[in-house]
Each structure stands twice: as structure tokens, then as C-alpha cells.
Design a protein around this ligand. Structure first.
Ligand code: MLT
Ligand code: ZN
Length: 566
């Protein structure tokens, strides 16, 4: 693109910069609703489970399952109920009432039916009991009781997960941490926040913003998801490109193990090399080893200058180059680099009320959102504008706008964050969350589009800055022939290109038996061994304390329990 044309387009930016026409009332209402609490949001969340059949199958390879749990979706897992688990009885309910109080032992059918189904309405359990503990001690008592009675449990946070990890498979007791939502402390010099695991992500963000900090994690489900669930699935989200994984920003955890032991690893230190850093086992292990009850997070300072550009590109290769250039040119101020194709844009525009493209034409192939966050408004803006101008001159960008205020930013983000919500409006969604090498990032989207033709709508979007593609394939109704064309093809393709079949959503029930596409048999075997050892160890300790039986007998019993969980 020549300089004159680039300047003309930039003039478009400037028009935006200098006062884009005010938003329509519709747009204002969208942006107004953006940060409301407890709105139901799509998400990157979350699957946690302790001692449940689904936890067991998380590492159980080689089994094939029929599909029964879901009405549509992935070729997932139908796990027969493990007869080693007991059934709830009236004594259990009375015991839970004595420790939690009447109100927090929920048997009400309406409340249970909401807790039994996941956000995408694919996975349906049949739990008869929802427990709402208010403290780690209460969680401990619940788990101790369930473990000794061999009652299966499933922990649940905001229930915003996309892989069937936060809902029961059968009649598990649901443990929801919503009442454990206290902020415990904030070290205002180092930005270290300590809170309970049931805190809603958006509430933490609002609290921190008032104190001059931000959460290192931000995602579409922020209005509902809980930090404990975020940690259990190692959620990624929109700021990953800047602040990295929760493995880096979580400084400590308190976790309750299945036998009720409260494991205090709630450190607040940046550096601590005293032995194994066990908290990492709980980040991303989806509740298979314990329930996260408290959290210590390193939170970055809130920087005052944020800019957001919404850009259009013709080729996918331009998006790749733009990423490289953005990393080089924007460096330390780059805080998000998000991607969506024209099919994602069409989907949002046709299914979400009041959303419209900020660009005059809707004929572009790809869209990129670039956010910068820094401490010097003039410097940051100049840097971004110079980068945009150069990228236009080089032909990497065809068109674009820069948000002028918080309402405009919100309306841009609404487009990107609304894709999951728009997808479920079509009908059936076959959803894949893949990590891929950058040169292969969009290949699978094109392949699936060619493979499925008119039979399905295929959209590709995601966190290009982190190599994380979301591939949604939609049909009006679930169709097993379509599914057979998608799976195992998508998993095989991802494996062949050295990607991961679960970038940030977890394996959940959906991919419990697909782990081998991304991990070697030896690695999976070690995970199985770790989990066996874990269960053996905690049950050994419980039995040792409780029954004082001989070691031989205790080990035998513990092994039986372990088998039950597998
Ligand atoms: C996102 O990035 O929008 C979320 O992970 C949800 C999704 O996959 O649609
Ligand atoms: Zn995502």
C-alpha cells in the first residue's frame, strides 16, 4: 500500500481518534452490560473433580465409550457408574446439615437442575445434592465424610466450563464454592492478593482496580467464573500474551485433599526453593488431586494508558507477520493480540443483538484486536500509531479503528468475546481448543471447511499471540455423521502438527480419553502413577489415623480405594 492510501486510512483512524460519531444507544447498552456482574458469559472454564468417576477417567486410556451424557457435541465419554461408589442416604444428608446448616444443603430440584447441566447444555448429571461450604474446614469435613463413605463428589465454581468438567456425570455430590468469596489480604507494595477460591474473577478485578492493580487473568466468563476454577483448569484468556500462565502468577494455594486433609501451600513469596513446588500439580489438573480453597496471586500494577485497535487483514500470513511486528514494535506495552476470521465476525453480527462491526466494510477475511497497556499515554499512543501506519504501508493491515473511550473498547471486545455465545445460538457446537505452531494455526480451519462443505459452519478465532486456536463447528442439530467427519480427524491433525488438543479449556469429560493425542504413553503413565500414589498416600494416612490397623491391611484397603477411583 502506498503512503497516500495508508495516510487516508489512518485519517480514518484519526477520525475515530478525534471523535468517532457517538455510539448508538444500542451500542451503549452493549458496552454498558460488559462488566456487569453475574451475567452469564462464555468462557475458558472449568473442570474440577475429586474422587469422581470422571476424575478417574481423566487418565484412563484405551477405553472407548458410547455417547449418552450429551445431546450433541464431541465423541465423548459415557462412563458407567462405578459400583464401588455408595449412594447417598438420609444419614449423609443429616450429617451435612449439622456441619453446613440447613440452608447450605440444597435438595431443591430447580437449583439442582441448573447445577447438573453445563453452560453449553451438552453434559447432564443427576446429582441429588448440592453443598455450599463457607470455609476450608467445612470443605474438609465434607470430603472426609464422602471419602470414608465412598460418595463421589464434583466441585463446581461458576459452571462456565466448555468441556463438561464442572458438572456431575451421575449422582455425585456437587460442592460449590460460591460462598467462599472473601478477599483475605492485599500486599499493596508487591501486589500480592490472597483470597478464597470462590471469588468471582470480575469481583477480584474490580477490587484490585480500586487499589491500583489488575488480575493477570481476564476472560469472557469473568462475570461468573471463580478463581479456584480458573486455577484448576489453568485458564489462559486475553492477557496471557502479556502476563503468561497461572503457573507463573499463582504464588500459593490452599487445597483440600479427598480425605479432608487441608494442605497449606498458601505462600506469598516470589522465590521459594524449599523442595518440590507442589502447588503446580493442582494448577491445571482439573480437580483430580484436590479442591483449591484459597489462592495467593501476584497481581500486576494497573497502568493508566490502554489503547485498543480493531484491524482487518486480507491474508492469514499478514496476521502472522503483524504478530511478529507487534511483538517487536510494541514490545513491553503489548497486552492482547486476538484473532478472528470473517466467519466468526458474521456469526456474531447475525446472532448477537446490537453488535455491529466498527469497520465500514464487512468484506475482510481476518480481524485482529491489538491492545496496548502502558504508563505513558502520549508515548504509548504514538508508538501504536506509528506501528499501525507502518503496517498499513506494508499492506499488512487493510483497515482499522482505534477505540476512543471505554464504551468503544467494550464494543470491540464484545465482538471477540461474544463468539462462544453466538455459536451456541446456531444449535449444535462441536468445539475444539487447540494449541498449534503459528505456521499451522489456521490450516485446520480451512481443512474442516473443505471437508464439511455446506453441511456445517466452521469458524476460527482465538488467542493468536499465544498460538491458541478455537475451532467451532456448528450445525443446527447434532449429527453423528458430521461428528464422524470431525473426530478423530481434528485430534490426529493436531497431534501430527505437534499441537495440543487442550490449550486452555482442560480435558474435562469431553477429552478425558483423548490425552494420548498430546502426551506420550510414558508421560501419561507417570500421571497415572502420580495419581495412584496420591490416592494411596492420602487414604493410607487416613486409615492409619482412623483405624490403627496393621500397615499391611491398610495398604490393601487403600489400594482398593484407589482402584475404585480409577
Ligand atoms: C474464548 O477465547 O472466547 C473462550 O476461550 C471461549 C471459547 O472458546 O469460545
Ligand atoms: Zn479462549
Amino acid at each position: 500500500m502506498d503512503r497516500r492510501r495508508a495516510s487516508q486510512l489512518l485519517a480514518g483512524y484519526r477520525q475515530f481518534l478525534l471523535g468517532r460519531p457517538t455510539l448508538s444507544s444500542h451500542e451503549q447498552s452493549i458496552s454498558g452490560s460488559y462488566s456487569k456482574l453475574n451475567t452469564w458469559r462464555p468462557c475458558c472454564m472449568f473442570r474440577v473433580s475429586v474422587g469422581t468417576p470422571q476424575a478417574s477417567n481423566y487418565l484412563n486410556l484405551g477405553k472407548t465409550y458410547a455417547t449418552k451424557q450429551r445431546s450433541f457435541g464431541s465423541a465423548a465419554t459415557d462412563i458407567p457408574r462405578n459400583p464401588a461408589f455408595s449412594k447417598l442416604n438420609a444419614d449423609d444428608i443429616s450429617y451435612f446439615r449439622t456441619i453446613l446448616g440447613e440452608r447450605n444443603v440444597v435438595e431443591d430440584e430447580d437449583r439442582l437442575s441448573a447445577a447438573n447441566v453445563d453452560w453449553m447444555r451438552k453434559y447432564q448429571g443427576s446429582s441429588k445434592l448440592l453443598l455450599l461450604p463457607k470455609s476450608s474446614q467445612e470443605v474438609s469435613k465434607i470430603l472426609h465424610h464422602c471419602n470414608s463413605r465412598k460418595l463421589a463428589v464434583v466441585p463446581q465454581g461458576g459452571n462456565t466450563g466448555l468441556v463438561g468438567g464442572s458438572v456431575p456425570v451421575h449422582d455425585e455430590v456437587i460442592i460449590n464454592l460460591a460462598l467462599m468469596d472473601k478477599i483475605i489480604s492485599l500486599d499493596k507494595i508487591n501486589g500480592i492478593l490472597v483470597c478464597e477460591a470462590g471469588c468471582i474473577l470480575e469481583n477480584l478485578s474490580s477490587f484490585l482496580e480500586n487499589e491500583g492493580f489488575i488480575m493477570p487473568l481476564d476472560l469472557g466468563a469473568k462475570g461468573s467464573c471463580q478463581i479456584g476454577g480458573n486455577i484448576s483448569t489453568n485458564a489462559g484468556g486475553l492477557r496471557f500474551v502479556r502476563y503468561g500462565s497461572l503457573h507463573g502468577t499463582i504464588l500459593g494455594l490452599e487445597v483440600v485433599l479427598a480425605n479432608g486433609t487441608i494442605l497449606d501451600m498458601l505462600g506469598t513469596l516470589r522465590k521459594d526453593n524449599t523442595g518440590y513446588d507442589l502447588k503446580h500439580l493442582f494448577i491445571g489438573s482439573e480437580g483430580s488431586l484436590g479442591i483449591v480453597t484459597k489462592v495467593s496471586v501476584l497481581t500486576p500494577p494497573k497502568l493508566m494508558s490502554t489503547n485498543l485497535a480493531f484491524l482487518a487483514c486480507k491474508e492469514f500470513t499478514s496476521c502472522q507477520k503483524l504478530l511478529l511486528e507487534a511483538k517487536r514494535a510494541l514490545g513491553e506495552v503489548l497486552s492482547a493480540f486476538e484473532f478472528m476470521d470473517s466467519h466468526s465476525m458474521d456469526l456474531v453480527l447475525s446472532h448477537l443483538d446490537g453488535v455491529r462491526s466498527p469497520l465500514s466494510s464487512s468484506l475482510y477475511n481476518f480481524y485482529i484486536l491489538i491492545e496496548t497497556t502502558g504508563s505513558d499515554e502520549t508515548y504509548d499512543k504514538t508508538k501504536l500509531e506509528a506501528f499501525l501506519l507502518r503496517s498499513m504501508e506494508e499492506g499488512l493491515i487493510l483497515d482499522g479503528v482505534v477505540a476512543q473511550d471505554i464504551n468503544q473498547s467494550s464494543s470491540f471486545w464484545r465482538i471477540r468475546e461474544g463468539i462462544a455465545e453466538a455459536s451456541v445460538k446456531v444449535g449444535a457446537v462441536y468445539k475444539y481448543d487447540l494449541s498449534l505452531p503459528i505456521d499451522q494455526f489456521y490450516g485446520i480451519v480451512e481443512e474442516m471447511r473443505n471437508r464439511l462443505g455446506e453441511a456445517a459452519t466452521v469458524v476460527g478465532y482465538g488467542h493468536l499471540g499465544d498460538g491458541n486456536l478455537h475451532l467451532n463447528i456448528m450445525t443446527t442439530r447434532y449429527d453423528s455423521d458430521i461428528l464422524a467427519q470431525i473426530e478423530p480427524y481434528v485430534y490426529e491433525w493436531t497431534s501430527k502438527h505437534k499441537g495440543s488438543i487442550s490449550a486452555e479449556h482442560g480435558l474435562g469429560l469431553m477429552k478425558a480419553n483423548k490425552i494420548h493425542y498430546s502426551k506420550s504413553p510414558e508421560t501419561v503413565q507417570l500421571m497415572v502413577d502420580i495419581k495412584k500414589l496420591w490416592w494411596l498416600s492420602i487414604n493410607f494416612k487416613a486409615n492409619e489415623v482412623l483405624t490403627k490397623k496393621s500397615q499391611k491391611v491398610v495398604v490393601k484397603e487403600a489400594a482398593a480405594v484407589t482402584r475404585a477411583y480409577y
